[in-house]
Design a protein around this ligand. Sequence first.
Ligand SMILES: Nc1ncnc2c1ncn2[C@@H]1O[C@H](COP(=O)(O)OP(=O)(O)O)[C@@H](O)[C@H]1O
Ligand SMILES: [Mg+2]
Length: 222
Amino acid sequence: MTSRADLIVSGLTVELGSGPSCVRPLENLSFVGTDGRLMVVCAPSGGGKTTLLSVLAGLLTPARGSVTFSGRELALSSRPQMLQHRRDCVGLAFQSFNLIASLDAVENVMAPLLMTGVQRSVARRRATELLSGMGLAHRLHHRPGSLSGGEQQRVAIARGLVGDPPLFLADEPTAHLDQPQVGAMLTLLRSLVRPGRLVLVATHDLRVIQAADDVVDLTTPC
Ligand SMILES: Nc1ncnc2c1ncn2[C@@H]1O[C@H](COP(=O)(O)OP(=O)(O)O)[C@@H](O)[C@H]1O
Ligand SMILES: [Mg+2]
């Protein structure tokens, strides 16, 4: 029986653009991810990491191949099922954070919950707990502009996690961190791994790759 957060990627090919400017950042990619493990997808810059996360998040449709998560094939999903996948299954921490500049840290983390109809007081409590657990209790009411890169990174991760998604995707989570902060980020990423959740991190940072349970190298021909 398929466990709650199994990921099967098979023959995945993505084409971007059209005609002579068409690029194929992913070609015939296949791998399997298991929940309860820290999976790292590695490739150099321009190697298709963000493209892959976009497909897994249901934001980009592949030209060929299939992605199955928790027994559901994304390509066969109806539009409402795809929206449900994005809303209920996926937490995404973007490389560029994509935090809302006018909202403070707690409000940024609350936002996904409010969009799914969670009561404001409940969302605020959950966001506050999550941020406090990440060492940001003293930054709850700071806006992104007055947070360091590492703090913004943690807020972005908290926002991706607040709905307790079975698939958590982090795009280059160490890109904006100083060397000493990387160890703490690895500890944080490791703490997110649990049964029923697959944590998938895209990176070209060797320290993150070394900390992985499973590595998918996008530069290796399939
Ligand atoms: N919308 C787009 N149209 C055309 N090419 C794109 C588009 N987005 C990304 N690319 C290209 O696809 C390749 C993979 O990009 P990306 O997935 O962002 O790589 P990475 O995240 O590993 O740096 C790059 O060559 C990039 O220039
Ligand atoms: Mg990228």
